[in-house]
Ligand binder design. Structure first.
Ligand SMILES: Cc1cc2nc3c(=O)[nH]c(=O)nc-3n(C[C@H](O)[C@H](O)[C@H](O)COP(=O)(O)O)c2cc1C
Length: 176
């Protein structure tokens, strides 16, 4: 499949998750183009989209939300997979439901997978550091790349199955 992998990432740790996802999709022979969600351009060329966004102050980043809204409007009914990265409410079993669809905006329904994220404190402003301390977020790199790669392999398989599925037959012409 021709896949757009779009990311919204402030400090780059979500982008690194997306890099691992793209490696797995490519290993399964999908053609992956990576873009920031903000500069993704036209969606016409793609058969599927994977959107990954960091969560800040309880919400998917604005470019991630805006892009998800764009997908619902411009890309449905083509398939979309969404993941978030954050330090709270990490999805315990991400392999159980890797599929999301733009028909139910994933940023409202919370049906997306949230992977553990990472914050490099040295990169943060003083205000951000105290905010992180306030919410009691982990100070460690919580990204589990084996799990992320397993999720990406499951997504790649679902893409492969969709690709292999026969196109729905055209309805028979009405008799005259
Ligand atoms: C100021 C700040 C606020 C954050 N708020 C949340 C939050 O509300 N929920 C959460 O799960 N993670 C939160 N995080 C953690 C980030 O989502 C996590 O570190 C993520 O991996 C960062 O991704 P990025 O490097 O791609 O920007 C916050 C991090 C910072 C620095």
């Amino acid at each position: 499949m021709r896949v757009l992998l779009a990311t919204a990432s402030t400090y780059g740790s979500t982008k690194e998750i997306a890099d691992a996802v793209s490696e797995e999709l490519r290993a399964a022979a999908h053609h992956v183009t990576m873009h920031s969600a903000e500069h993704a351009g036209s969606l016409e060329y793609y058969d599927a989209v994977v959107l990954g966004s960091a969560v800040y102050i309880g919400r998917v980043l604005t470019p991630g939300r805006q892009f998800a809204a764009r997908l619902a409007k411009e890309f449905a009914p083509k398939p979309v997979w969404v993941f978030a990265s954050g330090l709270k409410n990490v999805t315990p079993y991400p392999l159980e439901a890797p599929f999301t669809t733009p028909k139910e905006p994933p940023y409202y329904a919370g049906r997306y997978t949230t992977f553990g994220g990472f914050v490099e404190r040295d990169k943060l402003s003083l205000a951000e550091r105290s905010l992180i301390g306030f919410v009691g977020a982990s100070q460690h790199d919580e990204r589990d790349f084996d799990l992320i790669r397993a999720w990406a392999q499951a997504v790649a398989e679902e893409m492969g199955a969709l690709e292999a599925a026969p196109a729905p037959e055209a309805a028979p012409a009405p008799e005259m």
